[in-house]
Ligand binder design. Structure first.
Ligand SMILES: [Zn+2]
Length: 313
């Protein structure tokens, strides 16, 4: 993790803009709120209308006696009966409404608690992404070899950029002109071989970038290097830390793969347990470029960073 304060703030900004987990929390909350109020008050109102009608109906159908004064007394009693009926219904309606409001109130509280927990979990889940640093450095071990892989990775404007700073230490006798010419060859070859071979596509979540392009950037530096390479005179078999002034752009591109943390994929007697591939990849016989598997670490990185799922496509 970087101690650079500006970067920490930038990363905090990234986390605040994470869309997926918070959005799903809000959607759940909205749905739940609708469920809370759904029909509760309305059912009380509907019930009251029905019950008032029932009181009227009862009064209308009640058969009074035909002869006076019985009929008049009966009618008056029925009229009172009807209004007592309605008064009673009004009381039960008031309780119905009161009960509905209490239910809605507790439902809202429950919704709020669930939402708070949801947001809390989202923050906890996404929090580690804050520590998916831009500067990557890790030890690699394969067969009898061990080395440090290091590079800088950034995701901006739907592009992932991987920068490797290389410091060249030329042997004496190598002219500046030769070295500069070769640096141009190596840089062009590495960047074109590694860049934009695949895209990184969103497979889950609502993050703003549906796809990321991937570009590689070589910087030859005098200080703050990720890797140091000795440049030797003449010709020979290069490895990650030793290149020859005659080494091809293709060779440099293969060694660049080791700097990113990729292992050799060709058969070698000293490494009988090696996972040997057969798709002419840059790390195998170097006849072609990188394969999907060589972009996977970068898809994983952007997945961590954004809290969405990204895959190599
Ligand atoms: Zn190799």
């Amino acid at each position: 993790m970087d101690s650079n304060c500006g970067e920490v703030i930038e990363r905090l900004g990234d986390i605040m803009s994470i869309e997926t987990p918070f959005q799903s929390c809000e959607e759940t909350r909205e749905e739940q709120r609708l469920v809370c109020v759904e029909g509760k008050i309305l059912s009380c109102v509907e019930k009251r209308v029905e019950e008032y009608e029932a009181c009227d109906e009862w009064a209308k159908k009640y058969e009074c006696c035909d002869w006076w004064p019985c009929s008049t007394i009966c009618s008056v009693l029925v009229w009172f009966g009807k209004w007592i009926c309605k008064a009673w219904r009004t009381i039960t309606y008031t309780f119905c409404i009161l009960y509905a409001w209490i239910t809605v109130f507790f439902c809202y509280i429950q919704t709020w608690v669930i939402y708070t927990i949801c947001v809390f979990l989202a923050v906890v889940t996404c929090f580690p992404s804050m520590f998916s640093a831009n500067e990557q450095s890790f030890d690699m071990e394969e067969c009898i070899y061990g080395w440090n892989a290091a590079y800088r990775i950034e995701g901006n404007n739907c592009n992932i950029e991987i920068t490797v700073k290389i410091r060249l230490n030329p042997d004496s006798g190598i002219s500046n002109t030769d070295l500069n010419d070769r640096m141009q060859v190596w840089e062009t070859a590495i960047e074109s071989t590694w860049s934009n071979q695949f895209q990184i596509e969103r497979s889950d979540g609502e993050c703003s970038c549906e796809t990321y392009s991937v570009s590689f950037n070589v910087e030859f530096v005098e200080s703050n290097e990720h890797h140091t390479v000795r440049v030797r005179n003449g010709a020979g078999t290069a490895n990650m830390g030793n290149w020859y002034i005659t080494s091809s752009g293709r060779t440099a591109s293969h060694e660049f793969g080791h700097m990113l943390g990729f292992i050799d994929e060709y058969a070698a007697t000293e490494c009988p347990d090696r996972n040997v591939t057969s798709d002419n990849s840059i790390m195998q016989d170097n006849r072609e470029g990188p394969r999907e598997r060589h972009y996977e670490p970068f898809a994983d990185w952007i997945s961590d960073r954004t809290c969405c799922e990204y895959e190599v496509a």
